[in-house]
Each structure stands twice: as structure tokens, then as C-alpha cells.
Design a protein around this ligand. Structure first.
Ligand SMILES: Cc1cc2nc3c(=O)[nH]c(=O)nc-3n(C[C@H](O)[C@H](O)[C@H](O)COP(=O)(O)OP(=O)(O)OC[C@H]3O[C@@H](n4cnc5c(N)ncnc54)[C@H](O)[C@@H]3O)c2cc1C
Length: 486
């Protein structure tokens, strides 16, 4: 059985923000680049968002003095983070951001053309910006257009299942051509390259309660299987999200102070936040959750109590938890006087004094309501099922200041790279996708060209033979291949 062999100087796996950025930069630097992906529009970047999806960068507006070292120190202060990586992320941030602006990502400017920023989680400056709820999608689409225009070759509908090793370094991958998976040879192909860049995102398939899109699985396991070192693999970011339609319930979804209820087998709704915290404190922390979305152990006595109580209802008491926008929480007063001063002033200044959470949400953020309606959920009529969900892996494959993994020939960029530690400023994941991709591509472009004697066919035949030995059920073979990758 002959298997197709593709060749490129750089192989990038993944078509999200990180993969397309790496492929585009490498191709523009004269490196013949092939991008292989399970699905061009699959993964987190193309299919996710939030109330205001944030991009974190060096402050670039007159209102805020900033420096590369200040930003690096703030990233480093998240804990468990490598200082060199923090410095690279800060140093590359303005360049990466302007590159995206030039590609047409619609980051807003003020009347004077300044990219005015706002303060995000775990940061004291106003470095954050947003192109709206779908910032990562705008980025991925803009990078994809530019990458295709630059001549990056694409192998779509191919699923990488095994790294090809030769003389101690990574020299490519074995992938499944999904259209030919059920045929003799299992659709296995080899892609041989001097350098392989993993841009395969977070290992989303680890969690049941997840706000990753369904189409994101991850494939870090391929590198771990070959002995790559990992870093901070246990450092995940969790937060409250709706589960029937996967979406973070951050920002205005909390600031309008909806009612949190849990329901058990008797079907009787219970206001568990007010029961546990008292009515006023429950409302105060709900409002605060809008600003402090991710669960943070350091805020276990503050807004993260909400996450802990939701988790307890679901996993200790076996109850389902909902956000209910139809009714105010217990103890609510229409003059807002049950709220602490900051929340009261904020809602009054926003004109959000309507009698129900739904009406306040409509007033403050009508697109947030429309989004759910477009996905079959009417917040005016039904409660919204939520859970504490996995959103982002801060750790991942260990990389150095060129985003090289510990396996020679293998780079990791974007979420599969373990560049963060305990906490990270909101929006810094998207900055990391761009800076890491830029650094990896520049490093690859400086390397000598390797010989092209290696074909990888022995490894492909060996894997095909192992699959032949499995029961003749496509599902069993498919599962075996996916397990290898994840
Ligand atoms: C709900 C939500 C909200 C978020 N909000 C923010 C935010 O406001 N700010 C921020 O900075 N970050 C945010 N993030 C995180 C950020 O969106 C991601 O970290 C980022 O988009 C990941 O980009 P990536 O290119 O690394 O991976 P992805 O975009 O996930 O791309 C992975 C790619 O790899 C492909 N792939 C995977 N396995 C294989 C395989 N075996 N073979 C071939 N291809 C494969 C996939 O198909 C996909 O194309 C959010 C994440 C979520 C889930």
C-alpha cells in the first residue's frame, strides 16, 4: 500500500490564530510552509467569544504610561511564569498588535486615532482592547486571508496522529486524510518537514463542563508521547458559562444582577446564593462577577465564592444550576438601594434601572440577548443552565524564548504552549498566540535547510499495520487514532 508523502520546510498544525500567524510569518520570511488542519474553521479561535473578547497589549494611548519591562513584570506576577517568556510577550506585543490592525482586525480607536484601553482581570493598567464579542474570530479570519494570499499551502481535513522522529529530531507527522479514513491504508499520509509547529490549541476534550467549542479537542499528547517536557499542565482557567449553548456569562450578564437558582429532583427552585451568603452579599458578589470572571483561589472569600457555590450545588448536591433573568434575586429593591454604592452608581449611570434583570440586560447589551436567541434560548422566557466550565489551559508544552519545545525540530505556539502560570491578565492568551508565532517563524527562517532523504514511510506502514490489527470497526480505529493524539 502506497501512502501519500507531502513535503515542506515548515509544517504548521492548526488553523486558529496561532497556526495562521506562524504560517503567514514563516511564508513571508521565505520558508516554504504547509498548514495542516483537522478543519479550517475548527478550534477555539474561529468558534468562540465572550461578552467582550479581550486582547491584551502594551498600552498605546496617551492616557497611560507603560513600558515593556512593566508589562513583562505584570505578566510575570501571575505566578509560575518564566521571566524570559514574559519579557518576549511584552516586547513583541505592540508589533503583533499593529500587524493585526494592518490585516484589518477592527480594534477601536478614539477620535484621535488612539487605541484607548481598559483594565482587565489581573492587571492594574488599561492595556486591554477588544474588537467585540468575536475578537479571536476576526483575528483568525484576517490571518487566514493573509496566509492564503501569501501562498501558504493548506492540507484541510487532515488529522495529525503521530510525530515522525528521525535521528533524534521531529521530522514531520503522520496524519489521517479524513475523507479516506475508511479505505484500505486508513487514509494515512506522511508530511515531512524540517520544522514542525504545533498550534493545536488547548486539550479541551479533558472536561465535560467546558466552554471550549465542540470542535476543539487538542493534540498535545503526540508530543508528550515522544518525551516532550510540559509546564504547568495543572493550571487551568475555569469560570461560569452556559452549557446548552457554550458561552461565558461574564460582564453585563452578571452586572444586571440575575437570580441564581438551583433545582433538584423535586423541581423546586432554590436561591442558593442568597441562602449561603445573605441577600445583599449575594447581589454584591453577582455584580462583581461581571468584572472578575475567572475563578481565582485568591478571591475564594470574594467573587469566586459564586463559582464555589455553583460547583457545590452541582457536584455535592446533584442539583442543576440556572441564571434566571426573568425575576430579581431575593431582597432586590427597585431603587437599587440593596446594592453596594459602586454597583448602584454604575447601574444608575448606565440607565439600567429597569424592573427585571432581562430588561436591564436588554438596555445595557441587547446583542447579548440576541446571541442567545439566535442559538435557540430566550432569556426572557426560560432560565439559562450554567456550570463552572474549563476555558483555557495556562500551561502546556514547555517552550523557550523562541517557542521551541524540548524536542528538537518541534515548536509549540498558541494555547498548546505552556507559557502562562497560575494567573494571566485577561486577553493575554491572544497576545501570546501572535508573539509566539512570530518568534517561532523568525527562528525557523534562520535555520539551515535539512536533507530530504527521510520519507517516514516505515512509520506510516507500521501504524497502518497496527490499525489493521484492530477490530474491523471504523469507530474503534477512529477512537484509537484520536486517543493517540489527545
Ligand atoms: C469561551 C472562551 C473565551 C475566551 N476569551 C478570551 C479572551 O477574551 N481573551 C483571550 O486572550 N483569550 C480568550 N480565550 C482563549 C483564546 O481564545 C484561545 O487561547 C485561542 O483562541 C487559542 O488559539 P490557538 O490558535 O492556540 O488554538 P485554536 O484556535 O483552538 O486552534 C487549534 C487548531 O488546531 C487544530 N487541531 C487540533 N488538533 C489537531 C490535530 N490532531 N490535527 C490537525 N489539526 C488539529 C484545530 O482544528 C484548530 O484549527 C477564550 C477561550 C474561550 C474558550
Amino acid at each position: 500500500m502506497n501512502h501519500t508523502v507531502y513535503r515542506a520546510r515548515a509544517l504548521v498544525i492548526g488553523s486558529g490564530c496561532a497556526g495562521w500567524a506562524a504560517a503567514l510569518h514563516a511564508q513571508r520570511l521565505g520558508v516554504d510552509t504547509l498548514l495542516l488542519t483537522q478543519g479550517l474553521r475548527m478550534g477555539t479561535s474561529h468558534n468562540t467569544g465572550s461578552d467582550k473578547q479581550t486582547y491584551y497589549k502594551l498600552s498605546l494611548a496617551g492616557q497611560e504610561a507603560d513600558s515593556v519591562m512593566d508589562m513583562a513584570q505584570d505578566l510575570f506576577a501571575g505566578g509560575g511564569m518564566d521571566g524570559d517568556i514574559a519579557l518576549c510577550m511584552a516586547a513583541g506585543s505592540a508589533r503583533a498588535f499593529f500587524h493585526l490592525c494592518e490585516l484589518g482586525v477592527p480594534f477601536p480607536t478614539d477620535a484621535y486615532g488612539q487605541y484607548a484601553g481598559y483594565q482587565t482581570d489581573h492587571d492594574q493598567r488599561r492595556r486591554a482592547t477588544s474588537a467585540g464579542p468575536l475578537t479571536s474570530q476576526y483575528m483568525a479570519r484576517a490571518l487566514e486571508r493573509a496566509g492564503q494570499a501569501a501562498g501558504v499551502r493548506v492540507l484541510d481535513q487532515h488529522y495529525a496522529v503521530e510525530l515522525l522522529m528521525h535521528e533524534g529530531r521531529v521530522r514531520g507527522v503522520i496524519a489521517v486524510d479524513i475523507a479516506r479514513q475508511g479505505q484500505p491504508g486508513h487514509g494515512l499520509v506522511a508530511v515531512i518537514a524540517d520544522h514542525v509547529v504545533l498550534a493545536t490549541g488547548g486539550p479541551a476534550c479533558c472536561y465535560r463542563d467546558s466552554v471550549f467549542p465542540d470542535s476543539q479537542h487538542g493534540m498535545m499528547g503526540l508530543a508528550l508521547q515522544q518525551g516532550a517536557q510540559a509546564s504547568n499542565l495543572h493550571q487551568w482557567q475555569y469560570g461560569l458559562a452556559s452549557t446548552s449553548f457554550r458561552w461565558n456569562v461574564s460582564g453585563t450578564y452578571q452586572q444586571v444582577v440575575p437570580r441564581y437558582v438551583s433545582v433538584g429532583e423535586d423541581g423546586h427552585p432554590q436561591e442558593f446564593l442568597a441562602d449561603a451568603l445573605g441577600e445583599q452579599r449575594a447581589m454584591e458578589l453577582t455584580f462583581l462577577k461581571g468584572y472578575e470572571w475567572p475563578f481565582d483561589a485568591a478571591k475564594a472569600q470574594g467573587s469566586s465564592q459564586v463559582d464555589l457555590l455553583v460547583h457545590r450545588e452541582m457536584h455535592e448536591k446533584g442539583r442543576r444550576v440556572y441564571l434566571d433573568y426573568r425575576q430579581n434575586p431575593r431582597g432586590w429593591r427597585n431603587d437599587l438601594h440593596a446594592l453596594p454604592e459602586t454597583a448602584r452608581e454604575y447601574l444608575a449611570a448606565s440607565g439600567a434601572t429597569q424592573p427585571t434583570p432581562f430588561a436591564r440586560l436588554m438596555h445595557m447589551n441587547a446583542p447579548a440577548v440576541a446571541l442567545y436567541r439566535d442559538n435557540g434560548i430566550d432569556l426572557e422566557k426560560e432560565p439559562l443552565p450554567i456550570a463552572v466550565c474549563a476555558q483555557h489551559l495556562n500551561g502546556g508544552l514547555q517552550v523557550d524564548e523562541h517557542w521551541r519545545t524540548t524536542l528538537p525540530g518541534l515548536y509549540a505556539v498558541g494555547e498548546c504552549a505552556g507559557t502562562f502560570g497560575v494567573r494571566r491578565p485577561g486577553g493575554s492568551a491572544l497576545n501570546a498566540t501572535q508573539v509566539g508565532a512570530q518568534r517561532a517563524a523568525e527562528h525557523i527562517a534562520r535555520q539551515p535547510v535539512l536533507s530530504d532523504e527521510f520519507t517516514g514511510t516505515d512509520s506510516v506502514h507500521a501504524l497502518a499495520a497496527r490499525l489493521d490489527g484492530l477490530p474491523q470497526q471504523p469507530a474503534a480505529q477512529d477512537a484509537a487514532l484520536r486517543m493517540r493524539a489527545a
